[in-house]
Design a protein around this ligand. Structure first.
Ligand SMILES: [Zn+2]
Length: 143
């Protein structure tokens, strides 16, 4: 299998920067589950370089996931944009001079998904409807 996201540390010696522009097949990222779907390619652009004994990755990501709203439970499309996120990896952790960006991309995406996603960017679009409904049923319970 082609691994376009593997960086060869040796190629970065003497101050070289490697630039990656990739579309990542979401199935490689393995972030989908029963609740979450990721069907569109994830776009990655990254710069990788060495500073002393560190490998520095500066990456930007755009992705689209579909997941249920935490409020009304309707599935909705959530665009994810991550800009110039920095990652520093000690070279001593990099085995065989090869560093795979894929786990990094996966982690960044998972962290970017809000804990309580709501279908209207910051608020559920159906919130008004549901709150009315909740209020009604509370009133009924009080009777
Ligand atoms: Zn909602």
């Amino acid at each position: 299998m082609k691994r376009p996201l593997v960086v060869h540390v040796e190629r970065l010696r003497e101050g070289k920067t490697e630039t990656l522009e990739e579309q990542i097949d979401p199935s490689l990222l393995d972030i989908a589950d029963e609740e979450l779907a990721c069907n569109e390619p994830v776009r990655l652009s990254a710069e990788v370089y060495l500073v002393d004994t560190w490998l520095i990755v500066k990456m930007s990501l755009t992705a689209t996931v579909v997941l249920p709203c935490s409020f009304c439970n309707e599935p909705f499309i959530l665009p994810i944009t991550i800009e110039e996120q920095l990652h520093e990896e000690p070279l001593e952790n990099i085995k065989g001079g090869l560093f795979d960006l894929l786990p990094l991309v996966r982690e960044a995406l998972l962290l970017a998904i809000p804990f309580y996603p709501q279908c209207g960017t910051t608020l559920c679009l159906n919130r008004g409807k549901i709150e009315k409904f909740l209020k009604k049923s509370e009133e009924q319970e009080l009777k």
